[in-house]
Design a protein around this ligand. Sequence first.
Ligand SMILES: [Zn+2]
Length: 402
Amino acid sequence: MSSASEPESPGRILVVEDDPEAAAYVLHVLRNRGGFDVTHIADPAAALARARAERWDLVLTDVEMPGMTGIELLEAVREITPQLPVAVYTAHPSVDYAVRALRNKADEFLEKPVRPDKLVETVAALVAKGRAAREAARQSVLAIGAHPDDVEIGAAGTLAMHRRLGHEVSILTLSRGARGGTEDTRAGESRKAAEVIGATLYHEDLQDTSIREGDPTIGVITRIVQAVRPTVIYTHSLHDVHQDHRNTHQAALVAVRQVGRVYCFQSPSATVDFRPTRFVAIDEQLDRKLEAIDAFASQVEIRAYLEPDLIESTARYWSRYCEGRYAEPFEVIREAAVAGQHELTPARGIVRGENGAGPAAPDRRTGPPRPAKEDHEDEHDRAPQPARPQAAELRGVPDGAR
Ligand SMILES: [Zn+2]
């Protein structure tokens, strides 16, 4: 996982070069003049495996190599990590059509022999460019719930989807739920559920049924926000009969005021005013959601709202607003467009409702725009009718999954 707070080295460079003499020169210059952390691999296939398995700041590759050409390597690296810069260098810049193709695709194209200062300068610039792109594409998701199982019921499928796309996912559970079981049992269940989702769990110790909308709740959430640096937030809706849920919503909105994308999930205690406009198809994540909820075994026995058929049929119901058979619904508090970020809208992934197409965020107080309602219908007796979801699209692929 990347983090701006990590002290960063001048750069980890993977040099792919089958000619030992050329490799020795590049390694010498980059290490001694540039101070870079350089690894040399002669075999492009082995280099690709390393590119997949580790975090690098730059791949510097020769063009003509046995087994795999530089262009094949470049394309393969692009697939795995779109943000990782790739520089190509060759002694024969004009002869090969593949070289011309590389000119367009590579982040930098160098001709041998490369002067030492030019090499160091180019590599330093590419390292900086790659790091900036990586930070811009970073997606860190934080889901905030009042009690154990709140986040899982509301958003486990969507969180699992974020994980599948390589995003960092964290769950903050504010209380240990002493009123609903022994604290130790419920803490263990929360850990297990987070594991199923692939999330990092932050389990706080505010008092169940007495969670406040001001401090200490705001302070607790703020501390986790500073640690996680989320780009996406999921939390309770204000439209909920449970005071802990409403207060968590209010406190969270203060603590995450700098975060560009904020959504509210549905709890079993949501009121009919819960009015989602974003729907995430979770067909492939439903089993995982059920497994996460099943982790709360001590509760499943006594809580009807945790029963698998209810979870499933609720998800089945919400799918009427998007493509897919199962969905999770979200109210949109804020949806700032962030340039360069991976958008999570694969065909069967996150599909948005009527507000999802553009950066305009609905105002929570007035609510999202709704279609004109028919005269005989009361404000509350029907669910919102979003337009057909926008054609879904997957921009970018995860890079944090490694
Ligand atoms: Zn709750």
